[in-house]
Every structure is written in structure tokens, then in C-alpha cells.
Design a binder for this molecule. Structure first.
Ligand code: ZN
Length: 246
């Protein structure tokens, strides 16, 4: 089975459209590791698309705040402004959908997903040191996660933990081959707000029969999202972040 893995869509419709066109239907199901909304100006389209097309979806921290499950106090000023704007621009049905999303981790047949980490959905796993305690908590040899907006991840093999890089700037994809001795946790990267100095939208495809995870990057019309951010009156720093991928 080939699964399209999406994370941190953050209401960026032009980015999601580009990802779907690039993946060309080369998958049988779609899984989302959370953060459908926040930061960008297309929450209605992204929530409705997710509801209709994704087979498994877990919540992210922005989904919780917009749904009202969690308060705004942990967010910086810009994220707060975007969350309040998002709340005001979604219908009750969208809020209810966000509110219905389960927390990770969720274990599927051939891998598991979480938003932040397996022990805390809001924890950021960015370093080997942070990844080490997560491996013993995995119930499957392959995990996919989000939250950091950094593509890549970590492997554990014979008690050695190492890094899996993002797709290089000059490339379109990076293929990670799985072996029976390793555990891996992979972040597909963010569809809607990449922060690894590459403004291209990020995603992954996990092929359980071929035992590979394919990381991908795809260009999208960033200026469209930036113009919509400005039209919506969202903080303009959100547009600059998209243009530089930070
Ligand atoms: Zn996020």
C-alpha cells in the first residue's frame, strides 16, 4: 500500500494543490499528521478537503487552539493573531471537525503517526538527543510525524541513532530504504509553512510493499498565498516566512 503523508498544512491551499498535483494520485490513501489550520488564509478549503479526502487525521496544536480545546497562551503574538482570525473565518461545522480529531499516536497496519512526539503531541523532536527516548515508545518500526516543519528524521540501528536529511535544494526527492534492523521516524516536512530554509512545499509517500519512504519537495506559487495573507489582514511576517522558508 502506498500512503500519501501530509503534515502541517496550515491553511495554505496553493501549497496543498501543488503537492496533490505532484503526487499525481500515486497512492491509495492519505494520512495527515496534524495542523490543518493556523498562519495562512485558506482554512475553509483545507479543512473541507481534509475532511473529504484524508483517511486518517490526527490533531496538531493549532487545530486544538482553533477548536478551543486549548488556550492561546502558549502561542506567540503572530500565531495568536492567526488563530483568532482562523476561528472567526471558519464555520461551526469546521470547528466541530477540528474538535473531533484524535490526538496521536495512532498505529495503522504498517506504521504509526503522531504530531509532536509519541509521549507528548506538543513536543518538538529536532535533535538526535530528543529522538533517542522516542524509539522505545514506538509500536511499529516506522513512524511519521510533524510539528517541527523540518523535513527528515532519525533512524535507530543497533542502538546507534542517526539523522535522515531533507531533500537537497537541487533535488526533487530523497528515497529512504527500510531494513529489518532499523527503526525510523520521519517528518514529511510541512506542506504549508516549511521552516528548513527551503520554501518548497514538502510531503512524503510511504510504500509498505517496496519498504521505502520517499521524501519530496515541490515548488508552488508562494506569491498567491502571500497576496491572500495581505488581503486577509494577517500579520505580514507570515508572508515573509513563506518566501524564505523559515
Ligand atoms: Zn505546525
Amino acid at each position: 500500500m502506498r500512503t500519501l503523508i501530509l503534515a502541517d498544512l496550515h491553511a495554505n491551499w496553493p501549497a496543498l494543490e501543488a503537492v496533490l498535483a505532484d503526487a499525481e494520485g500515486g497512492y491509495e490513501r492519505i494520512v495527515c499528521c496534524g495542523d490543518l489550520v493556523g498562519y495562512n488564509p485558506d482554512p475553509v478549503r483545507v479543512v473541507e478537503w481534509t475532511k473529504m479526502h484524508c483517511n486518517t487525521v490526527i490533531r496538531g496544536n493549532h487545530d486544538k487552539v482553533v477548536a478551543g480545546t486549548e488556550g492561546l497562551e502558549w502561542f506567540n503574538e503572530v500565531a495568536q493573531a492567526a488563530a483568532l482570525w482562523t476561528k472567526a473565518n471558519l464555520g461551526q461545522n469546521h470547528i466541530e471537525y477540528l474538535n473531533s480529531l484524535p490526538p496521536g499516536p495512532i498505529t495503522l497496519e504498517d506504521f504509526e503517526i503522531w504530531h509532536g512526539s509519541p509521549r507528548d503531541e506538543d513536543e518538538y523532536i529536532t535533535t538526535v538527543r530528543e529522538a533517542i527516548p522516542c524509539f522505545p515508545l514506538m509500536s511499529s518500526p516506522v513512524a511519521l510525524f510533524g510539528h517541527t516543519h523540518l523535513q527528515g528524521g532519525f533512524f535507530s540501528r543497533y542502538r546507534r541513532v542517526g539523522l535522515i536529511p531533507a531533500v537537497a535544494r537541487k533535488d526533487r526527492e530523497l528515497v529512504i530504504e527500510l531494513d529489518s534492523e532499523s527503526l525510523i521516524m520521519v517528518n514529511p516536512g510541512s506542506v504549508g509553512q516549511p521552516r528548513d530554509n527551503d520554501p518548497r512545499a514538502a510531503y512524503a509517500i510511504f510504500d509498505s510493499a517496496q519498504r521505502i519512504v520517499v521524501l519530496r519537495r515541490v515548488k508552488y506559487p508562494v506569491e498567491k498565498t502571500v497576496a491572500a495573507i495581505n488581503r486577509a489582514g494577517l500579520p505580514d511576517v507570515l508572508g515573509y516566512r513563506l518566501l524564505s522558508g523559515v
